[in-house]
Design a protein around this ligand. Sequence first.
Ligand code: ASP
Length: 293
Amino acid sequence: MYKIICHGGAGSRGSKFELKNQIVAQAARAGMSTMQAGGDAVAAVVTAVSLMEDSPLLNAGTGSYVQTDGMVRMDASIMDQDLNVGAVIGISNVRNPIQVARLLKDTGLHSILSGELATEFARAQGIAAYDPRTVEKLELWLELRKKFQHHNNLELMVKLREMVQNEEALGTVGCVAMDGRGFIAAGTSTGGLKLDLPGRVGDVPLIGCGTYANRFGGISCTGIGEKIIKVCLANTVADFISQGKAAREACELGMREIATVNGRAGLICIDHTGNIGHAFNTEVMSFCQLEEE
Ligand code: ASP
């Protein structure tokens, strides 16, 4: 039996929710096909997350939010149940950050690379230059910037960030898969929150926060990174599984933890016995799960 669950972020519904759901369902199907064709759980996660990164509707890869300086910097991480890890922080000018995270994991050079050096690593691995900014996201930034023409740079950035900080935009992507050997992998990719300050690090590239996998299960989270970090959400859910909880209950207990810090989040999970779970405390979470021979 092959199992996969994908998410396209937790937040408020917005006008394109159904379209986002369709992309997430396509991603789950693509990841499932990868495993049915002989690929392992890591390959399935990379296939599914790459497909969602390529959609301009989701906040990862193409269509990522621009930061307050008009640049896109993305985070991604991948982990398998043998504790192999790869993550990139603030990578720019690549199409699929999850593929760079996977390459880093496979080289074993480091676990996490950040900024320009992450981008340089991608180039050295043969990943082409690519601008993930979409006209829509750039226009949003240009529009907001006009309102603050007379502020100096840092002041402007802080003002822009303050304007949107209560918005719950949907669109970070993630996937957990279990292949025919019962092997689990999890991955997550994001353009961060809307109009982040450059240099901000969210939960996604922090192992144990946005993504975690071990012999008990795999987890990918979404929501306000600043809150997810406080409770190491992905690792916390893995701990609940290690204490004997099945995926669904572990996810619900994870939500209780996030509530203790007034956080808004969602998560997906597959436990070592193959149970699939999800939970969220936002208005909606876009997700799709499949189980097939
Ligand atoms: N967790 C992501 C971050 O804080 C955002 C999200 O999931 O919507 O960067």
